[in-house]
Design a protein around this ligand. Structure first.
Ligand code: APR
Length: 174
């Protein structure tokens, strides 16, 4: 099964790449972003600061992705993507969440990534209801895998048991 749901801390995973649910400035934050920056060490901040602004305060627009090294993480790369803030569902949230997954997978493939782990992008501070986000995330990943040879394995890394259960249900494994 190339897509698998696991429960745990994404910063501990010895995969080729982990995906970060970042903000547009790539300035670090709370949630999984904070955990990744703490575990990677200060070089990750420096690497993010070296990514050029595309407009004031924006290094990575919502729905796009950027890649850095993983530094002190077990993962070789961090792919930073910015999920949509949930505004009720009529502000292109599903299309933007799809784009996050697709653009992350595109960068991963360009860098020869065989194993990649995604967190539940937008499902924390950004307020996307997990029951709505999980099917969008999984459909986007399946669409990519149907058309490309890489990555070979995709982990959906959920921090809580409740989130893992929502993603397992969406994957059809419950
Ligand atoms: N491993 C895996 N998942 C984690 C971890 C971890 N170590 N820590 C938190 N999570 C989970 C959260 O429980 C949530 O289910 O990641 C999911 C995404 O939540 P957030 O990190 O809040 O991400 P998001 O909703 O996309 O909000 C992004 O938060 O920290 C800021 O800079 C970030 O502004 C950006 C915003």
């Amino acid at each position: 099964m190339p897509i698998e749901v696991i429960q745990g801390d994404i910063t501990r995973l010895p995969v080729d790449a982990i995906v970060n649910a970042a903000n547009e400035a790539l300035s670090g934050g709370g949630g999984v972003d904070g955990a990744i920056h703490r575990a990677a060490g200060p070089e990750l901040h420096e690497a993010c600061r070296a990514i050029p602004f595309v407009r004031p305060h924006v290094r990575c627009p919502t729905g796009e992705a950027r890649i850095t090294a993983g530094f002190a993480l077990p993962a070789r790369h961090v792919i930073h993507t910015v999920g949509p803030v949930w505004h009720g569902g009529d502000q292109d949230e599903p299309a933007l969440l799809t784009s996050c997954h697709r653009e992350s997978l595109r960068l991963a493939t360009e860098h020869g990534v065989r194993t990649i782990a995604f967190p539940a992008i937008s499902c924390g501070v950004f307020g996307y209801p997990p029951e709505l986000a999980a099917p969008v995330a999984i459909a986007s990943i399946r669409e990519w895998l149907d058309a490309h040879a890489l990555p070979a394995d995709v982990l959906l890394c959920c921090f809580s048991a409740g989130m893992a259960s929502v993603f397992r249900h969406a994957l059809g494994t419950t």
